[in-house]
Design a protein around this ligand. Sequence first.
Ligand SMILES: NC(=O)c1ccc[n+]([C@@H]2O[C@H](COP(=O)([O-])OP(=O)(O)OC[C@H]3O[C@@H](n4cnc5c(N)ncnc54)[C@H](O)[C@@H]3O)[C@@H](O)[C@H]2O)c1
Length: 426
Amino acid sequence: MRVCVIGAGYVGLTTGTVLAEFGHEVYCIDRDEAKINLLNRGAIPIYEPGLTEMVMRNKKQKKLYFTTNTIEAVNKCPIILIAVGTPPCTDGSPNLTYLENVIDEISKYISSHKTIIIKSTVPPGTNEWVDEALHKKGLKRNLYDIVSNPEFLREGSAVSDMLHPDKIVVGVKRPEVIKTMQLLYQNINAPFIFTTLNGAEMIKYASNAFLATKISFMNEIARICDAYNVDIKDVALGLSTDPRIGSLFLNSGLGFGGSCFPKDLQALEHAAKQKNIIPEILIAVQNVNTTQINLYIDKLLQEFPSLKNKKITVWGLSFKPNTDDTRYSKALSLIEHLKTSGADIHAYDPIVTLNSSPPICHKDIYESIENTDALIIATEWDQFSKVDWKKVSELMRGNIVIDGRNFIEPYLLKRNNLKYIGVARP
Ligand SMILES: NC(=O)c1ccc[n+]([C@@H]2O[C@H](COP(=O)([O-])OP(=O)(O)OC[C@H]3O[C@@H](n4cnc5c(N)ncnc54)[C@H](O)[C@@H]3O)[C@@H](O)[C@H]2O)c1
């Protein structure tokens, strides 16, 4: 099948590449010329394990193309998949301008039937709006089908998640389009969940809201455990054996960041309020997440009543490991807090280097902690669990290590004269 993917970001680039891997002929479009030029030169604008090799292979086999030419790609392809960003507006609602612009543009070029698949995360009612908008622009209804097909991939394991999803959610208006979706994804061994357009949009928001709730719930429990000297890891283990609870997403730490959970919770809260519903749980989940960082700042201030001129090193800048994405990263929020304290801030991340300073970003993990007073681990990159703690201890001036992800074994630090500080890790 010929597929045109509009928006070659984390979702669009991965989706387009995997569809090419499945044998489809894919045209990835982005309005960002620099990004398209980079992709055409054989470089990948994002860090995503396994993606580079797959892009190269499919480009070479002439199954994957990158272009800024929307008209040509739309003319060629009966399937148009839209994966543009939907970042938050100041009132919490998602900014749908990028989607609106795409709809406006492609509507001019549609002269034969198109299946228009919306992968971007959008609030309930948006796909219906797209359907109506195209009709209002003069397109006959038999010229297009709108499909809501939200994406569930996780950055850091996006390729594998696209190849092996646990479900494919498809919201349709006309059942006839189901066959097209089955053909598009015929190489994937996962159950389809067919629903309405609004149903698919809600499944995506409810999934992210539920996962974020698990994180904030565990962070709240960790606060209580901390006060009672209880190890949150024991509690998580105890919970994980109950199949009704499950074993995933029971970790506690600095909280969730990234380009999805924070904005999707805000968007769902906004959508609820539009219908005069006060989403009490969603609001509490966000409040716990926002204030979680204070716990760590308080613990740091217990060690150093003033941070002025103290050298503080932050390990991990991306919002989670195995990605270069720093959108709404907790590490960056932490650095913003530290900036107001007069601390001398340094940082190390295996992939990310920030353009602005502070923090001073180091290329070498050990160089980043030379003469440092305190180390804060903000992202659980695997590399951090494998460091030589003896060397860390020798290089640091102080001995404070704050584990913002509760993922280092405290005894590894203690035996090297380092003081381990987590939340609810007695
Ligand atoms: N990133 C994730 O992990 C993830 C997971 C699931 C769902 N989503 C959702 O998928 C959507 C895309 O997210 P992302 O992280 O890939 O965003 P992104 O910002 O990485 O990519 C969006 C791309 O769209 C391009 N674009 C914008 N307007 C365009 C236009 N008119 N024509 C062509 N290209 C255009 C931008 O230049 C950019 O490259 C969002 O709605 C997001 O919520 C993201």
